[in-house]
Design a protein around this ligand. Structure first.
Ligand SMILES: Cc1cc2nc3c(=O)[nH]c(=O)nc-3n(C[C@H](O)[C@H](O)[C@H](O)COP(=O)(O)OP(=O)(O)OC[C@H]3O[C@@H](n4cnc5c(N)ncnc54)[C@H](O)[C@@H]3O)c2cc1C
Length: 204
């Protein structure tokens, strides 16, 4: 998978939101150590967590499976714009037939597990889909035989409060392995000065 952080809110915006409550704007150090301590104290320690909603992150996430997408979409406090199979399946139509030995070529379309029998069956499903498309069936109908391993990508926007919840739940070893990888990769792609807000939530 590939993660790109497209945009994030500077910490000073959250500090100003907090300072609105006490009108203590003159105490701000414009997103420096004083503001960082304030955000952690109010947002995390005092559990006035709605203040963390002023920090928003937009990621471009590529190369995840539709199995992962299904779990990601359960996080309601986030916004998703996902690559549409209805409009993009034609990319597969002009491919040569896939056989089990075409793992490298198939990797453009599939997330592999490293388990041989699963990955071979995935390639077989990809080949089935390619044949359906070649026979002239529309994307709208052909998509019903997509394997869950089929790769997708999306723009994902989430605020810091919800991202803490996501990272806490999904970096845990009880979560799906691929979403664990995503949670850890998202953490790694956070701006360095924001990471401290999430370090208590990430599981090793
Ligand atoms: C290990 C694991 C296993 C799972 N297994 C399954 C499974 O077998 N089947 C399944 O269906 N799902 C499963 N899930 C998904 C899980 O039930 C949640 O849908 C998902 O983790 C999103 O969490 P969330 O509701 O906290 O996040 P969000 O939807 O982003 O919500 C964020 C927070 O907002 C609040 N909130 C949001 N909506 C409401 C509401 N309607 N009422 C009150 N408060 C609300 C809650 O505090 C919530 O934590 C699993 C999740 C994990 C981590």
């Amino acid at each position: 998978m590939k993660i790109t952080l497209l945009h994030h809110t500077p910490l000073v915006v959250c500090a100003n939101a907090i300072r609105t409550c006490w009108q203590s704007f003159d105490k701000s150090d414009h997103g420096g150590e004083k503001d960082k301590e304030l955000i952690d104290r109010v947002g995390n320690k005092f559990k006035h967590a709605s203040t963390l909603e002023h920090l928003v992150y937009t990621f471009y996430i590529q190369g995840i499976s539709r199995a992962l997408l299904q779990e990601l979409a359960r996080h309601r406090m986030a916004s998703l714009s996902v690559k549409s199979t209805r409009y993009t399946l034609k990319e597969l139509k002009h491919e040569a037939p896939f056989t089990a030995s075409d793992q490298e070529r198939a990797e453009k379309y599939l997330v592999f597990t490293g388990i041989e029998i699963v990955d071979t069956m995935s390639i077989q499903a990809l080949e089935n889909l390619r044949q359906v498309l070649q026979s002239g069936i529309s994307n709208d109908k052909a998509k019903y035989c997509l394997p869950e391993s089929y790769k997708t990508e999306l723009t994902w926007t989430i605020n810091a409060r919800s991202l803490q919840n996501f990272i806490g739940l999904r970096s845990d070893k009880s979560a799906l392995w691929e979403i664990q990888n995503l949670a850890k990769a998202l953490y790694d792609h956070l701006p360095e000065d924001h990471r401290y807000l999430f370090s208590d939530f990430i599981k090793a």
